[in-house]
Structures are given as structure tokens and as C-alpha cells.
Ligand binder design. Structure first.
Ligand code: NAD
Length: 482
């Protein structure tokens, strides 16, 4: 079985460390590749080369740096089916979902092309007698990008096009569970003509992350993953004097008001809970209704959920793929059991679902747990699987209170036909990404991906707009008298 290759100085290289991690096709339950943990010397070499490359790259005019983005954009479009197939095979999501992952990456390439506008400084003539003052933004150095398994293409692209176009170099460290998609993309990075050392990729797990966090030449770290690891990366990175932005876990509540257009919204709501098999940091996890619409919403939801077809993501009739690993499937099953043990009623049990064509796959069907209350584990923990918990609130205010007690603050949505309810919700809910009649509140590339509370560590968020420009540049102020 082959090992995933690193990409250093525009060459694909075998890693030198031990084989530590298996990559699976989760639909077949079969190993398809392995990942070596990077050795400290390998990481140091990649960083040294990136450091030297950045010193030259920062002097390249920004319009020339942007030209690489245009090439890359065209190359990703031309190869999108190939990339999506790799993603489906290593992750399990459907081909259409995998294509969506790559399209979101492309949108970030497009958004980064506005860098020459965003990097502009400011100035004041005659701020004092004969004195002018000017602010300029300059690149910083080498940035590390550490990504999770669930969107293997999009998430490195939340950072890499901006960082590089603003004049930095990057070391990408993909998830050891889904490293093949970015390995495929690196061929296109090479073809897009980036100079050696500007975009590097190394593979591995915790140790390679530690080597990056300990390396003095790494100026900053963009991380996305689970809350405990995000907090660890944030603390260790900042104590080593790096700037860190770290997206983390989520628990997302979807409130359906009695005045909602249920018929129009139900497919969108189902997509929020079961799209990507629930392995999405913006996935709906708890469905909140009021007493008067609980039964109506439940009936519509259950009918749709029951109809979802499990399967291999490359087959067009598949609605939902498998989970990433057998252990993760078992973990989600434990949550379903806890939901029942702690007083919930299982109305749809995904543990009973099978995919007869792929008996070794890590499949789990959609589940529904009704009658969930505030103290229950399924109400509070991130499950990261196809499980919908139903909670009944007394009113919109009551629903807001319950949702705001969550330690997470990634996303939340309301379904309503009342502008007043929508306004009250968006003002009152303490999450970073808010959906109004939108079940997956995913900001487009030129808006920040705005998690709050334990869903985000740092100040400047992923994606375009001002946040990434501030994160990937330093400001200098020049006060001059002539
Ligand atoms: P993870 O935390 O296990 O891994 C993320 C990255 O950290 C990987 O590259 C991994 O190799 C590395 N890593 C793992 N353990 C480490 C350790 N102990 N020390 C240092 N590095 C370590 O996350 P995952 O399971 O790959 O991804 C799922 C999680 O990511 C979910 O919690 C999900 O909510 C979250 N997520 C958040 C966002 C967001 O924007 N907030 C987006 C996508 C996913």
C-alpha cells in the first residue's frame, strides 16, 4: 500500500517517518493508503525552504502573485471531477458533496484575487506641520495550515490562497484521515507555477503539528478541528509567540417556528442534519420546535429522513455516505444509546440501517431522538453524525435562552415567515453564523467564517474580508517629514 507523499519545493517526496495512520475508503471499509508521521528534521527542512522562498516571494509584485490564482482557479475547474472522486473515496461523502467542497475552495481562490485591494494601506497628509503619516500592510513569513478530515479541500483553501497572495509562504498539514485530496490538488499548485517553497505540504498527525508549533520560523498557525485540539494548538502556538486562528467543534440548533413554511423548508432542514452524514461543523444537531408545531415538524422530518438511501458516494442514487471510521460510527452509536438511556425516545434508529451492497462500510442510518431535555448528553455534546435530537421550547425567548446556554457558538438557524421573529433571533442568538430559513449557515468566501465561544479560539476568523488580511499581514506606520 502506498504512503501519501509530501510536497516540498514543488516535488513530491516520500516521507521519512514511520507508517502510523491508515487511510480508508469508508464505504468499503478498506484501507487504501497510509500516512507516515513526519520527523522533526523533515518539518524543519520544509519550513527552512519555505522561509527562504518567502523572502523572495514577498518581493514579487502582488499582481504577479494574483496571476497564479487565476491559473489555479482554471486548473481546479478542469480537474474538479477527479478531485471530487478522490475525496469521495477517502472521506465517504457523495460525489456531489465532494464537488461542493472543491467549489467552496475555488470561491476562496476567487476571493483572494482581491488581495491587491485589501492590502492597500492608508495615509494622512499634513497630520502635523510638514508631517505625513502612512500605514502599510506587509507579509510576515511562514504560516502553517492544519486542517480536519471533513472538508479536505475547502478548509486548507480558507487560508492558503490569501496567505500566499499576500506574500507569505505556507506549510499545509492535512488531516491524516483524508490526505489524498490535497495531494491531488498539489499537482495543480505546481502547474499553476508557484515558485519552489512557497506552497509546501507535509503529512502526519499530532507530532508533525507539534514540530510546526515549536518551530521559531513559523510565524502563524491557521487551525481547524475539534475543540480540545484547537485549544491546545491555540495555547501552545500563542505561548510560542505565534499568531493563531483556530476553528473548533460545534453544536448547532435549528429552530422551526409555527409560522415557518415547512413544506418549502423541509428538504433544506434535512440537508442540514444529514448532509455529509452529519460530519459538518455547520450541521444541524438539535431541532427545536414549539409545542404547537412539534408533531407537524416531526412527521415531515421523519418521513424525509426515512427515505434517505445509504451507499457509496460515487453511485448517483446515494443520498448519504458512511462515517469516516468504524470507531467514529461506534462513538455516534453510543450517543444514540445515551439519548435513550437518559430519557429520550428513539423514533428512528440508524443503528438498524444497513447497506447490503457494502457490508464492510462504516454506515449508520439517520436517527431521530425525541423528547430531549437540557441536561441530556445529546443536547450538549457535539455528535458529528447523522443524529437529530428534538427539543420542545415554550417560546422564541425560551428557545434563545436554551441555545445560548450552549458552550459552543458556531451556527444556528431559524425557520420562520415573520421578519420580527427573524430579527429577534439574529439579535439574540450568540453564534457566529446565523441562518434565516437557511439550514447550513455557511458564509461565502469573502465573509469571515465566524464561530464564537468554544467553537473558535483567536480573534481573526478564516476566509476573506478583512479578517484574513489582518491575520496574514503586519501593519507598519511611517511618519515622515521632508
Ligand atoms: P481533530 O481535532 O481530530 O484534527 C484536526 C487536525 O489536528 C488534524 O490535522 C489532526 O492531525 C490534528 N491533531 C489531532 N490531534 C492532535 C493533537 N492531539 N495535537 C495536535 N494536533 C492534532 O479534528 P477532526 O476529527 O479531523 O475534525 C472534526 C472536528 O473539526 C469537529 O469537531 C468539527 O466540528 C471541527 N470542525 C470545525 C470547523 C470550524 O470551522 N469551526 C470546520 C470543520 C470542522
Amino acid at each position: 500500500m502506498r504512503s501519501i507523499l509530501n510536497f516540498v519545493n514543488n516535488k513530491f517526496e516520500e516521507g521519512e517517518g514511520e507508517d502510523r495512520f491508515d487511510v480508508f475508503n469508508p464505504a468499503f471499509g478498506a484501507k487504501i493508503a497510509s500516512v507516515r508521521e513526519a520527523r522533526r528534521e523533515e518539518v524543519e527542512r520544509a519550513v527552512d525552504l519555505a522561509y527562504d522562498a518567502q523572502l523572495k516571494w514577498q518581493k514579487v509584485p502582488i499582481s504577479d502573485r494574483i496571476n497564479h490564482l487565476f491559473k489555479l482557479e482554471r486548473l481546479i475547474w478542469a480537474n474538479i471531477d477527479k478531485i471530487a472522486e478522490v475525496t469521495t473515496n477517502e472521506h465517504g461523502k457523495t460525489f456531489e458533496e465532494a464537488k461542493g467542497d472543491a467549489i467552496r475552495a475555488i470561491q476562496n481562490v476567487q476571493s483572494a484575487a482581491a488581495a491587491s485591494y485589501h492590502i492597500m494601506g492608508r495615509n494622512n497628509k499634513q497630520i502635523a506641520n510638514g508631517v505625513d503619516e502612512e500605514l502599510i500592510r506587509v507579509p510576515i513569513g511562514v504560516f502553517a495550515i492544519i486542517s480536519p478530515f471533513n472538508f479536505p479541500v475547502m478548509i486548507p483553501f480558507w487560508f492558503f490562497p490569501y496567505s500566499v497572495t499576500l506574500g507569505n509562504s505556507v506549510i499545509i498539514k492535512p488531516s491524516e484521515k483524508t490526505p489524498m485530496s490535497m495531494e491531488t490538488v498539489m499537482n495543480l499548485v505546481k502547474e499553476a507555477g508557484y515558485p519552489e517553497g512557497v506552497v509546501q505540504m507535509i503529512n502526519g498527525g499530532k507530532e508533525s503539528v507539534d514540530f510546526l508549533l515549536e518551530n521559531k520560523k513559523v510565524a502563524g498557525v491557521s487551525f481547524v478541528g475539534s475543540t480540545p485540539v484547537a485549544e491546545y494548538v491555540y495555547r501552545k502556538g500563542t505561548s510560542n509567540r505565534k499568531r493563531v486562528q483556530a476553528g473548533a467543534s460545534a453544536k448547532n440548533y435549528i429552530l422551526v417556528m409555527p409560522d415557518a413554511d415547512l413544506e418549502g423548508g423541509i428538504d433544506n432542514i434535512i440537508g442540514s442534519f444529514y448532509g455529509n452524514a452529519g460530519e459538518r461543523c455547520l450541521a444541524g444537531s438539535v431541532l427545536v420546535t414549539l409545542p404547537e408545531n412539534h408533531d407537524k415538524v416531526m412527521n415531515a422530518f421523519k418521513k424525509r429522513a426515512t427515505g434517505l438511501r445509504l451507499g457509496y458516494g460515487m453511485e448517483p442514487d446515494t443520498d448519504m455516505g458512511p462515517l469516516i471510521r468504524r470507531e467514529h460510527k461506534e462513538r455516534v452509536e453510543t450517543y444514540i444509546q445515551k439519548g435513550e438511556d437518559e430519557g429520550g425516545k428513539i423514533l428512528l434508529d440508524g443503528r438498524k440501517a444497513t447497506c447490503s451492497k457494502y457490508p464492510n462500510g462504516f454506515f449508520l442510518g439517520p436517527s431521530i431522538i425525541d423528547g430531549v431535555t437540557e441536561g441530556m448528553t445529546v443536547m450538549n455534546d457535539e455528535i458529528f453524525g447523522p443524529v437529530a435530537s428534538f427539543y420542545t421550547a415554550n417560546s422564541l425567548d425560551d428557545a434563545l435562552d436554551v441555545m445560548n446556554r450552549s458552550r459552543f457558538g458556531n451556527a444556528s438557524s431559524i425557520y420562520t415567515s415573520s421578519g420580527q421573529n427573524a430579527r429577534k433571533f439574529s439579535e439574540g442568538i450568540n453564534v457566529g453564523n446565523i441562518g434565516i430559513n437557511v439550514g447550513v449557515a455557511a458564509p461565502i468566501a469573502f465573509y469571515p467564517f465566524s464561530g464564537m465561544k468554544e467553537s473558535f479560539f483567536g480573534d481573526l476568523h478564516p476566509q476573506g474580508g478583512d479578517d484574513n488580511v489582518l491575520f496574514f499581514t503586519e501593519r507598519k506606520v511611517i511618519i515622515s517629514r521632508w
